[in-house]
Design a binder for this molecule. Structure first.
Ligand SMILES: [Zn+2]
Length: 242
């Protein structure tokens, strides 16, 4: 029997058997894991609160000849209740969790921290969901090794006149621009640079106009979808909730 302790956040939760739950946990030390929490749907379970969706905690896990862990105990760090109680924020959180699992690979602690900081901003700072999503998508791309090139045109290296953005890699000058590229305004350009360069705890410390927010959101989403090479049902659901 192998046992371990790790911090993590529950990013997916499904009923399993009569009173159990199957959890997908993004962990600090073990990457993305599946873990069964036995008996937690019964009223008397001591682990009921600690095995809810979005619960971040210190998990004690064990496993025997299996890919799937068993949750033996959990100490709650933060349950992000205000997010769980707001359907728009909760649907966004589901998308952020799905994206994080997809991009987590062998586990990069910065991605876990980014997810927790974003949920914190949504829960306790009342951060705007559309802006929070855009910031998360840009920063996640950077942490996952897909930082967009913002310094010079990805076609010719020109450093001036960077008015277009190509979802495959970054900015372009007007001579290299192709029909699939989108416009990038000064405000959106500066916002992306800020997000890429800011320290983690300051990534939400900027304000933008409604127009820039909308354009930034389009760009960030197009870019991360291009890099992850798939679509997300949770993203479609979030957009319906807006
Ligand atoms: Zn160019």
């Amino acid at each position: 029997m192998e046992t371990c302790k790790t911090r993590g956040i529950i990013t997916r939760r499904a009923d399993y058997g009569e009173s159990n739950c199957m959890l997908t946990i993004l962990t600090e030390n073990l990457g993305v894991i599946s873990a069964c929490a036995y008996g937690v749907r019964s009223r008397r379970s001591k682990m009921k609160a600690g095995t809810q969706l979005l619960c971040c905690g210190d998990f004690v896990l064990s496993r025997k000849n299996s890919e799937i862990y068993r949750v033996d105990a959990v100490e709650i760090v933060d349950a992000f209740y205000p997010v769980c109680e707001d359907i728009v924020k909760l649907s966004l959180a589901n998308y952020l969790c799905e994206l994080s699992r997809e991009m987590y690979g062998d586990g990069d602690e910065r991605i876990l921290t980014l997810l927790l900081n974003t949920l914190y901003a949504l829960a306790y700072k009342d951060e705007n969901p559309v802006l929070a999503k855009a910031v998360f998508e840009v920063k996640l791309a950077q942490y996952a090794g897909y930082e967009p090139c913002m310094d010079s045109c990805i076609g010719c290296g020109e450093k001036e006149d960077l008015s277009a953005f190509d979802f495959s890699g970054g900015v372009k000058c007007s001579s290299c621009r192709e029909s699939a590229d989108i416009n990038i305004s000064d405000g959106v350009y500066r916002s992306i640079r800020y997000i890429l360069e800011a320290e983690e705890r300051k990534i939400f410390s900027f304000t933008v106009s409604e127009e820039i927010k909308k354009d930034l959101s389009l760009l960030a989403e197009g870019y991360i979808l291009n890099k992850s090479e798939r679509t997300y049902k949770s993203l479609d659901y979030f957009k319906k909730m807006l």
